[in-house]
Design a protein around this ligand. Structure first.
Ligand code: FE2
Ligand code: FE2
Length: 166
């Protein structure tokens, strides 16, 4: 199994995109199914955000100072998604705003993942090389094991808050 950090993060993105597509194809009245799919999204995004915030962004920021602006923009994009995730976690699937809020979450996160994959990851790969990416990947796997799965768990937001206000 590869422990390349970028390969691991892209696998997460694929899984997230699959659930996004299932939601978009679920149909107007599939309220129960859409509720379950949003639960899956919340879990996938909470874990993914945690391991990026906890490991990937700080390591890249430290090793490649030139990419600091990209990292700071990522924190802000994750922060916007976090707000939507927190709201969705407390919203009933039959609420009139549930579909709209989920659609905005999907649009935001898709934009962010596209930017990471098309713009940021190539710069990181070029700057760090294989060995460093494998070491970071091992740390990502370790972080995943203790990652929160719901936004209500305190560790879910801490790193973003630290990054944004400290
Ligand atoms: Fe990200
Ligand atoms: Fe990501």
């Amino acid at each position: 199994m590869s422990t390349d950090a970028i390969v691991l993060l892209k696998q997460d993105h694929q899984e997230i995109r699959r659930v996004f597509r299932q939601f978009q194809q679920a149909g107007e009245n599939a309220t129960k199914r859409k509720g379950d799919l949003v639960d899956s999204m919340i879990e996938l995004l909470t874990v993914h955000t945690y391991i990026e915030n906890e490991v990937m962004y700080p390591r890249v920021r430290e090793l490649l100072p030139d990419l600091e602006d990209d990292v700071l923009e990522s924190y802000e994009e994750h922060h916007v998604a976090d707000l939507l995730v927190v709201e969705l976690a407390g919203l009933s699937p039959d609420h009139e705003r549930f579909d709209a809020k989920t659609t905005v979450l999907i649009e935001n996160v898709t934009h962010h993942m596209d930017e990471e994959e098309q713009d940021w990851f190539p710069k990181v790969r070029q700057g760090l090389g294989r060995k460093a990416l494998q070491e970071i990947g091992a740390d990502l796997i370790e972080a995943r094991a203790k990652a929160p799965t719901r936004p209500s768990q305190p560790s879910a937001l801490k790193k973003t808050v630290d990054a944004v206000i400290s």
